[in-house]
Ligand binder design. Structure first.
Ligand code: CAP
Ligand code: MG
Length: 432
C-alpha cells in the first residue's frame, strides 16, 4: 500500500548506538500479515509512526527519532530506540512506547515484551534500591540470610488487635518480619492506623524479649498518592524500617513517589507483585523478568519473584535468571529470556520467595536459591501449623537451621518438635 511507511522501520544493517535502548519482543503476526509487516508496525507504533505516511512531518528530525528493527528470527525481534525518544527517569513514559499501543494492534496476534537493555545514559537518572540486598546487614544486623517473614492468614479478617497479637507470637517464634497480605490495607475491621500502632507495640515487645531486630511489611497500597504518602509517613513515625506496596496495581507513578519518600525516611520497600500474572503469564504481555528489572531500577528493595517449588506459576529458568539479575552488577544474555545488562549505579535488590512454602520444602527452595541473599515468606505454612502460630514460626526457623547444618529435616525433627509437627501435617508436599 503506497500510503504507509512501516517497512522503513526495518534495517538489518543497523548497529545500535551505545545510548540506544534495545527491546526484545516475541511476536506472532495475524493471519495474512508477514513477519516484516508485523515488525514494521512494532517499531513504528512504539516510536514515531502511525498507519499512514505524513507528508507534512519534519522528515530529518523524525527519521532521527525512528525506532529500527535490526534483528529478527523465528518469532523474536530486537528493536533499537534512540534515547532522545524517552523522558529521563520516567518508566511510565518508557512503557507508553514499548509497552503501549503495539499490544493492541490487529496486525499482531501475540506480543510479549521480554526485556529491554537500558544504557548508562538512561539508568543514571534512576536511584535504584536504597538498601536492596544489604537489608540483611543494615536492618537485621546479620551477615547472612534468609530474611524470614510470615503473612498472617486468613489473608484478611482479623481485627488489628488480633493481627498484632498473632504478630507477637510470630516474632517470638523467630520470624524477622510480619507481612500484610496483598489485599489487607484499611478495611473496617482492621484500620491502618490501629494496625500500625498495635504492630509497633508488638514489635517493640518482641525486640526487648528476643534482642533481635523485628519489623513488618505493612501495606501502604492506597486509593490516592496523598493517602499513600500519609501511610508511609505514619509508619516512619512509628519507627518501622520497611513499608510494603503492591507495586503493579499501585502503578509506576506511585512507585516513584514511594521511592522518594523511602529515601527521605531511610525506609526499605517490600514489593508485592499482585496482578502481575494478568500480563506476565503465557505469550502476550510483559515478562516477569522485565517487570522485576524495572522494579530494581525504580528502587524497590525486595520483590516477590516466585519460588519454583511453591504454589505460584513461574518457570525455573526465568526465575533463576531473575534472581541472578536482581543482585548482579552485570548479566549476560540468555536466548529468548533476556538481553545483556550492566547496572552501573543501580544497587542490587533482594529476591523474595513466597507462595505455598512450608518447612518441608524449604530445603528444595534453598537448593535453588541459596540461603544468603534471599527473603522468604511463609504464610499458610506457618499459620496452618497444628500447634499454632508460634510453633509454626519455630518450625520454619528449625528447617532453616537444619539446612544450614546440612542435616535432613527428618533427622532434625527427631528433637525439634515444631518441625516434627509440620512434617507430620505437610510432609514434603508441593502445593498447587
Ligand atoms: C502467600 C501469599 C502471597 C503469594 C504471592 C498469598 O501466602 O501471601 O501473596 O506468595 O505470590 O496470598 O498467596 P502463602 P508471589 O505463604 O500462604 O502461600 O509471591 O508469587 O507473588
Ligand atoms: Mg498474599
Amino acid at each position: 500500500m503506497l500510503n504507509e511507511w512501516y517497512l522503513d522501520f526495518l534495517d538489518r544493517g543497523y548497529k545500535p548506538g551505545e545510548s540506544d535502548i534495545v527491546a526484545l519482543f516475541s511476536f506472532k503476526p495475524a493471519r495474512g500479515i508477514s513477519d516484516k509487516e508485523a515488525i514494521g508496525r512494532l517499531a513504528s507504533e512504539s516510536s514515531v509512526g502511525t498507519w499512514t505516511t505524513l507528508p507534512g512531518m519534519p522528515k530529518r528530525r523524525i527519521y532521527k527519532l525512528m525506532a529500527r528493527a535490526f534483528w529478527w528470527r523465528k518469532g523474536f525481534v530486537k528493536i533499537a530506540y534512540p534515547i532522545e525518544l524517552w523522558e529521563e527517569g520516567s518508566i511510565p513514559q518508557l512503557l507508553s512506547g514499548i509497552g503501549g499501543n503495539i499490544f493492541g494492534m490487529k496486525a499482531i496476534n501475540k506480543l510479549k515484551l521480554l526485556d529491554a537493555q537500558l544504557p548508562k545514559r538512561y539508568l543514571r537518572k534512576f536511584k535504584g534500591p536504597l538498601y536492596g540486598k544489604d537489608v540483611i546487614r543494615k536492618i537485621f544486623r546479620r551477615k547472612k540470610g534468609p530474611i524470614t517473614s510470615t503473612v498472617i492468614k486468613p489473608k484478611v479478617g482479623y481485627t488489628a488487635k488480633e493481627h498484632a497479637e498473632i504478630a507477637y507470637q510470630l516474632y517470638t517464634g523467630g520470624i524477622d518480619c510480619v507481612k500484610d497480605d496483598e489485599n489487607l490495607t484499611n478495611q473496617s475491621f482492621n484500620r491502618f492506623e490501629e494496625r500500625v500502632a498495635l504492630m509497633a507495640k508488638a514489635r517493640d515487645r518482641a525486640e526487648r524479649e528476643t534482642g533481635d531486630v523485628k519489623d513488618a511489611f505493612i501495606n501502604v497500597t492506597s486509593p490516592s498518592l496523598e493517602e499513600m504518602e500519609r501511610r508511609i509517613t505514619l509508619l516512619h513515625e512509628y519507627s518501622f524500617r520497611y513499608f510494603m506496596i503492591d507495586v503493579v496495581l499501585s502503578g509506576f507513578t506511585a512507585l516513584g513517589t514511594a521511592v522518594e519518600l523511602a529515601r527521605e525516611y531511610k525506609m526499605a520497600i517490600h514489593g508485592h507483585r499482585a496482578m502481575h500474572a494478568m500480563f506476565t503469564r503465557h505469550d502476550h504481555g510483559m515478562s516477569m523478568y522485565f517487570l522485576a528489572k524495572l522494579m530494581r531500577i525504580i528502587g524497590i528493595d525486595q520483590l516477590h519473584i516466585g519460588t519454583i517449588v511453591g504454589k505460584m506459576e513461574g518457570n525455573k529458568k526465568e526465575i533463576k535468571a531473575m534472581a541472578e539479575m536482581m543482585k548482579a552488577k552485570e548479566i549476560k544474555a540468555i536466548s529468548g529470556i533476556r538481553l545483556p545488562q550492566k547496572f552501573y549505579n543501580i544497587n542490587g535488590a533482594l529476591p523474595v520467595a513466597s507462595g505455598g512454602l512450608h518447612p518441608g520444602i524449604l530445603p528444595a527452595l534453598f537448593n535453588a536459591y541459596g540461603t544468603t541473599d534471599i527473603a522468604i515468606q511463609v504464610g499458610g505454612g506457618v499459620l496452618g501449623h497444628p500447634k499454632g502460630a508460634k510453633e509454626g514460626a519455630k518450625a520454619v526457623i528449625e528447617a532453616i537451621e537444619a539446612y544450614k547444618k546440612g542435616i535432613s529435616l527428618r533427622e532434625y525433627a527427631r528433637n525439634h518438635s515444631a518441625l516434627n509437627e509440620a512434617l507430620k501435617k505437610w510432609g514434603y508436599v508441593r502445593p498447587r
